[in-house]
Design a protein around this ligand. Sequence first.
Ligand code: IMP
Ligand code: MG
Length: 176
Amino acid sequence: MIQLHDKQFVPFISAEEIDVAIQKMATQIETDLVDEIPVFIGVLNGSFMVVSDFVKKYKKPCEVSFVKMASYSGMASTNEVKELIGLNQDLTGRTIIVIEDIIDTGHTIVELKALFEQQNLKHFKIATLFFKPEAYKKEVKIDYIGIQIPNKFIVGFGLDYDGLGRNLPEVYQLRD
Ligand code: IMP
Ligand code: MG
């Protein structure tokens, strides 16, 4: 068991299981993309570990980049405006595969999709290491899923609880 801030977490998914899931995603994507060179885009901060492991397992030519979602208040203080930081590359005609650490309610991925659709992409696909089907509220199709998990809070392998836990090589879940 580990303690992060005020909460206790118990082991949930081993480093080996994570490795197998990432390998499975890499093989699927390699098979699905015939002769195009994809741009894999990690969403910071959480996805740094999964992207690092994923691209080492992806054997064909590819590009790798990272973005961060930032929100600021629009003119009316109630409407939050989302912006992509770090995308300084022309993606016209390219196949983009966003790599997420986790998709929970789906709010983030829906906003990301809308922002990327402003570019003239060839394909936009979504891959996520962890997916909570019971929490997911959106229609957007998730193209590649590593591991489906129950609707419980997890940390490790890039995921944090209030800043802590990202460095753990395996995943822990909140203790009941
Ligand atoms: P969304 O609800 O799909 O928009 O997920 C929003 C973000 O919440 C994710 O990108 C993560 O940063 C964070 N998040 C969701 N579930 C968890 C979790 O179980 N542990 C840690 N962070 C999470
Ligand atoms: Mg995230």
